[in-house]
Design a protein around this ligand. Structure first.
Ligand code: FES
Length: 120
């Protein structure tokens, strides 16, 4: 897995994401209570940038275009209109350096009976 140094931990705002790009892949990096998570930058609903047009409510990413919500930890949909989860990206933090594996995006397995999980 190839990790790319994308920013400093101290570069990450507390209540919104930071957009980082490698090639054609745009990723939004979020800091939640000292933990770092990375998701696709484009909302799965209508491709709005979650880093530039979204914000955090705790560990929930709110998309400001239609107020869809996603879990920053898992990418799962917390509130419609989106129904597709966000692609996640592996993150590594080494001291103050944040790394993302841009080529290893994945969809986290959703529990079939998870409470509050959105289904189509
Ligand atoms: S574009 Fe994000 S909720 Fe519609």
């Amino acid at each position: 897995m190839k990790f790319t140094n994308v920013c400093k931990l101290s570069d990450l705002p507390d209540d919104e994401g930071l957009k980082v790009v490698e090639g054609n892949t745009a990723v939004a990096v979020f800091k939640v209570n000292g933990e770092v998570f990375a998701t696709q930058d484009r909302c799965s609903h209508a491709k709005w940038s979650l880093s530039e047009g979204g914000y955090l409510e705790g560990d929930v990413i709110v998309c400001s275009l239609h107020m869809g919500k996603f879990c920053a930890r898992t990418g799962e949909v917390k509130m419609a209109p989106p129904w597709k989860p966000l692609e996640k990206y592996p993150v590594r933090v080494d001291g103050d350096d944040v790394y993302v594996a841009f080529e290893d995006g994945y969809f986290e397995e959703q529990e079939a009976n998870a409470q509050g999980a959105s289904k189509r």
